[in-house]
Design a protein around this ligand. Structure first.
Ligand SMILES: [Zn+2]
Length: 217
């Protein structure tokens, strides 16, 4: 089974990928890990990617495609793969189709964990830290007893730039710009499966699991 997992930052994609990996005996191939491995092991592609990164340039699609290709050729991939963070662009999606065609394999589904932006904003911008003792808080999971004040020491709570609503909004905008063509691409090819990601981790997992089980039967 070959699956692609798509989802915005804050959708809990990593956790869900782990559960898919365990439940369906798939290999979780995360593009971030793949990059780090290639850089660490100084593979030909890793060295090439490093050159672009050192120049502050985007790593070209064919380098990324090459890394995924090499990973899919490793024996453990034969039992099935869940791709996470790849493809990110239409050329990468075409590259994936090509490499699967070449080896007589087929993409089973693209699972898209869809979460409304307002919910993502609540999850991603709810983080606060005490400027005095560094205790972390979260509006949803661990709110302070009094807004803006540390329970432990009474210090003032602040938000890191990364956690501020305007930063999160900008990140989500970039995500949508990058991903919507990909979602369209897979909708047209009939591979797209939308999963409601608005609920908690277990509810999303239930929906994902059913979606994959439907593929198996
Ligand atoms: Zn404190």
């Amino acid at each position: 089974m070959i699956l692609v997992l798509l989802g915005p930052p804050g959708a809990g994609k990593g956790t869900q990928a782990e559960r898919l990996q365990e439940t369906f005996s798939l290999v979780h191939v995360a593009s971030g890990d793949l990059f780090r491995e290639n850089l660490r092991e100084q593979t030909e592609l890793g060295i090439l990617a490093q050159k672009y990164m050192d120049q502050g340039k985007l790593v070209p699609d064919d380098v990324t495609i090459g890394m995924v290709h090499a990973r899919l050729e490793q024996p453990d991939s034969a039992k099935g793969v869940i791709l996470d963070g790849f493809p990110r662009t239409i050329p990468q999606a075409r590259g994936l189709n090509q490499m699967l065609d070449d080896t007589g394999r087929e993409l089973d589904a693209v699972l898209h964990i869809a979460v409304p932006d307002e919910e993502l904003l609540r999850r991603l911008s709810g983080r606060w830290i005490c400027e005095n003792c560094q205790t972390p808080y979260h509006d949803l999971s661990k709110p302070p007893q009094k807004a803006g004040v540390c329970d432990m020491c009474g210090g003032r709570l602040y938000q890191r730039d990364d956690d501020k609503p305007e930063t999160v909004r900008a990140r989500l905008k970039v995500y949508h710009e990058q991903t919507s063509p990909l979602i369209e691409f897979y909708r047209e090819s009939g591979h797209l499966r939308e999963v409601d990601g608005a609920g908690d981790i277990d509810a999303v997992w239930q929906a994902l699991k059913e979606s994959v089980q439907a593929l198996e039967s």
